[in-house]
Design a protein around this ligand. Structure first.
Ligand code: ZN
Length: 423
């Protein structure tokens, strides 16, 4: 991105920062090393949404004929299918998505990590060979610590076995809140060595489960915005008793027991000083993920600290106003820069007007397998922050050193302080 001279100067300062990456789905490095990495690793994760939207076939009959499992997406990531065949399936759609924000981290990683100015028909085999050769022990440290200057990344992959010097886990709140059958209760009880007879036993066990996570380095719980029902202990009790007396009973995802347990766990989170991260917006029928569904919950739990992810896209302004009105809500731009750089810049500019600067978190890569795209995303986040702040300086709203200080808060100080990280 071409920036003004003051924007460029701010960008140079940001590039010197240590970063706290405030949201990833990275598994431990061993999982990445087992993955057969190739050029398509660069087009894993979010680009699938754009590839499908561009018309990439999803049914196997369209793609390869019967007998081969999966759709085009699965097939381009299936190393048992020849690379040439996979490229042939993929390349018509690459043309359609290459200028979008989802695709840009792939091209940045190709250029700045693997040394290729483009990814195309002529070089895809060579790109694949390079990526495979670099997929060796230490890849996380080389990319995250050395290339990105990430001090720590908060990650959520439903596990706790991390090198805590680099990756700090959050765990899904639904592990304990979503009790849809007796089986879930029995599994937790067996794992934690409890006998659960009633709802109060279950809640006590959950508290011990959360404490255990805390002792393993978990700093927060992750949930999603939904149309939650008002919590009712009596309705939850009735459902819990019903499950415990009927092995075959299965509750739907949204039910009064779930809503009650979410609410109880949010109280425990405050008590255990665990942050609650909230996914908002984007997926599928995103109306169900509207950040506004969370307003009563934020108000009911003033002592719980919430980290609202993704600015509720497309309900960006709604999410920002929630952050403005709620002392217990932070606004985390994880995923935003690769959804749209323009949208991220507009949102950040409005946040400067609307929200105290200690409530803004600038970056979370939000990737699982393609660790190299974390770097691409970070490049985009730095550009966006430098661009917005540069314009503020040019318009006379702040000095350049004030701008750099804000960027430092957003990329480091705010996530460090919210999650009470010992870095
Ligand atoms: Zn995520």
């Amino acid at each position: 991105m071409k920036l003004s001279s003051v924007g460029e100067s701010i960008l140079r300062a940001i590039e010197e920062f240590e970063i706290i990456d405030a949201h990833e789905h990275l598994p431990p490095e061993s999982v990445r090393l087992e993955h057969k990495a190739d050029v398509f690793t660069l087009f894993s994760h979010y680009t699938r949404v754009d590839l499908w939207a561009a018309g990439m076939p999803r049914s196997r009959e369209d793609a390869w004929g019967p007998g081969i499992p999966g759709d085009y997406w699965d097939m381009i990531h299936n190393p048992s299918i020849p690379l040439e065949k996979r490229w042939e399936m993929f390349s018509p759609y690459l043309k359609m998505i290459r200028h979008g924000s989802y695709a840009r981290p792939a091209f940045i990683a190709a250029r700045e990590i693997y040394g290729f100015d483009d990814i195309n028909e002529k070089n895809y085999k060579e790109v694949s060979e390079r990526i495979a050769a670099e997929n060796r022990p230490g890849i996380y440290r080389r990319i995250l610590r050395e290339k990105c200057r990430i001090r720590v990344a908060l990650t959520q992959h439903n596990r706790t076995d991390y090198d805590l010097d680099l990756l700090i886990p959050l765990m899904p709140l639904d592990v304990y809140a979503s009790v849809r059958s007796r089986k879930t209760v029995d599994e937790h009880a067996a794992r934690l060595g409890w006998t659960v007879r009633n709802l109060d036993d279950y809640l006590e066990m959950v508290r011990e489960g959360l404490e255990k996570w805390r002792s393993q380095g978990v700093v927060g719980l992750k949930m999603s915005s939904h149309r939650f029902l008002k919590p009712s202990r009596s309705r939850a009790l009735a459902l819990f008793d019903m499950l415990m007396h009927d092995d075959g009973k299965q509750l739907p995802f949204m039910n009064p027991l779930y809503c009650f347990l979410v609410d109880e766990i949010l109280k425990m989170a405050a008590n255990l000083r665990m942050v609650v991260a909230v996914h908002t917006g984007m997926w599928g029928d995103f109306r169900d993920l509207d950040p506004q569904h969370m307003i009563p919950i934020f108000q009911r739990h003033p002592d719980t600290r919430f980290d609202v992810y993704h600015l509720g896209v497309p309900y960006v302004r709604e999410a920002i106003i929630i952050g403005k009105n709620s002392p217990n809500v932070w606004l985390n731009m994880c995923w935003c820069h690769i959804i749209s750089q323009r949208l991220a810049c507009t949102a950040l500019d409005e946040m400067i007007d609307l929200v105290p600067v200690n409530k803004i978190i600038a970056f979370g890569g939000d990737y699982e397998m393609p660790v190299e795209k974390v770097y691409g995303h970070l490049v985009m986040a730095r550009e966006d922050v430098a661009k917005v702040l540069g314009k503020r300086v040019e318009e006379g709203f702040m000095t350049e050193s004030e701008a750099v200080e804000l960027a430092r808060m957003w990329f480091y100080e705010n996530p460090r302080s919210l999650y009470q990280l010992k870095v």
